[in-house]
Design a protein around this ligand. Structure first.
Ligand SMILES: *Cc1c(COP(=O)(O)O)cnc(C)c1O
Length: 374
């Protein structure tokens, strides 16, 4: 901390060593195979970079939301298994099957499309998704026997292989998640009775993987935890032995000494109450800094902690630093690793009334990512 490199306006540093260590730590905790979830550009960290670090840390598989994300990882040279589970209506899967992208299947139509893309040489690899209460995608329990029977028929024809069966939890309560687990186990029994023998049963994301050991099954799909953030309200990253991988920082772009009574930013929601110094931080809501955190979002400058004063604008916000000796070019850290003195992404989430997932995934394209390894 201190000064920013000359010429750098703003950046998000991504500590790939942290991602690697987080996967290793979580892998030890859960004791089963880890699917690293790198959807949404690796939660804003860079999908290929996150994937590489996660594989180095012991993840054996990757997951994304849509096939296009999987194809981009293949183009980046990643050859680990990749699962994609949300598809456009009427999607066809020729390129996915050709490039070895595994398909999450939520409807009979998707199953048919997967089989149509599969060949005897290269069957489509599918994971059947059962809806167990979340109310999103997944095969409805009433349709599950039919989908399993059809999948078994297509498997016998050599058009596809059912590698996995999966579902997703609501994290409403342990009781709700255990009820979903029971529904899932019934679904697995139906699949077996239909003649399927999926090697990978998976249900848990980071929260359940840590907190509800019975949901770990054959493998877990870990997203937020591999980036070093806690999915829990009552436990920090450090409590879980995780290190936040993303640090968002900027160079103080301007400093101005002002008298008492100076209005700050649109709407003058902040007025200085004494002579003070205002520092301008060149990050705004276009960069993903939540405007809802106006007047509250934390920032450290020169290692001292302040908060956004007045409204966060599209490109910038102002910090009232009092008489602290702040200069143009000083480093302003919005969030990073709290054990190193930075505010946390979770504090920004709290200030904005959201969750840390949203804070890191929304950091905008105008913020260069720079890979580091601590
Ligand atoms: C995003 C997602 C995950 C990862 O969730 P985390 O809470 O970030 O670990 C796992 N499974 C599914 C289906 C998801 O959509």
């Amino acid at each position: 901390m201190g000064r920013m490199p000359a010429g750098v306006m703003r950046e998000a540093t991504i500590d790939v060593g942290a991602i690697e260590a987080n996967v290793r730590q979580l892998r030890r905790m859960v004791g089963v195979e880890v699917i690293a979830v790198v959807k949404a550009d690796g939660y804003g960290h860079g999908a290929a970079r996150a994937a590489g670090a996660a594989l180095a840390g012991g993840a054996t598989r990757l997951a994304v939301v849509e096939v296009a994300e999987g194809l981009a990882l293949r183009r980046a040279g990643i050859d680990a298994p990749i699962l994609a589970w949300l598809h456009a209506p009427g999607a066809t899967f020729g390129e996915a099957v050709e490039r070895g992208i595994e398909l999450g299947i939520s409807t009979l139509d998707q199953l048919t499309a997967a089989a149509a893309a599969g060949t005897a040489d290269r069957p489509a690899i599918v994971h059947l998704k059962l809806e167990t209460g979340l109310g999103r995608n997944g095969v409805a329990p009433a349709d599950w026997p039919i989908v399993c029977a059809e999948a078994a028929r297509l498997e016998r024809l050599g058009r596809l292989r059912v590698l996995g069966v999966f579902s997703h939890l609501s994290n409403t309560s342990h009781d709700d998640d255990r009820a979903a687990l029971r529904a899932f186990e019934e679904g697995v029994a139906v699949a077996s009775a239909a003649g399927l023998s999926p090697r990978l049963r998976h249900l848990a994301a980071t929260g359940a993987a840590i907190d509800l050991p019975e949901t770990r099954l054959d493998c877990v799909r870990l997203g937020i935890g591999i980036y070093g953030l806690s999915p829990f309200d009552d436990r920090t990253s450090a409590d879980l032995g995780l290190r936040p991988a993303m640090t968002l920082r900027a160079s103080v772009a301007a400093v101005r000494r002002v008298p008492a009574g100076q209005g700050v930013s649109y709407g003058y929601t902040h007025r200085t109450d004494a002579e003070t110094t205002l520092a301008l931080v060149p990050l705004g809501y276009a960069d993903g800094v939540p405007r809802q955190a106006s007047g509250r979002g934390p920032v450290t400058i020169g290692g001292r902690r302040f908060h956004a004063a007045g409204r966060i604008a599209m490109d910038q916000f102002v910090v009232d630093v009092g008489d602290a000796p702040v200069a143009v070019g000083d480093e302003a850290v919005l969030f990073g690793d709290p054990t190193l003195g930075a505010p946390s992404a979770t504090e920004w989430a709290d200030a904005a009334g959201t969750i840390n997932y949203e804070v890191v995934t929304r950091i905008g394209a105008r913020v260069p990512r720079r890979q580091v390894s601590a």
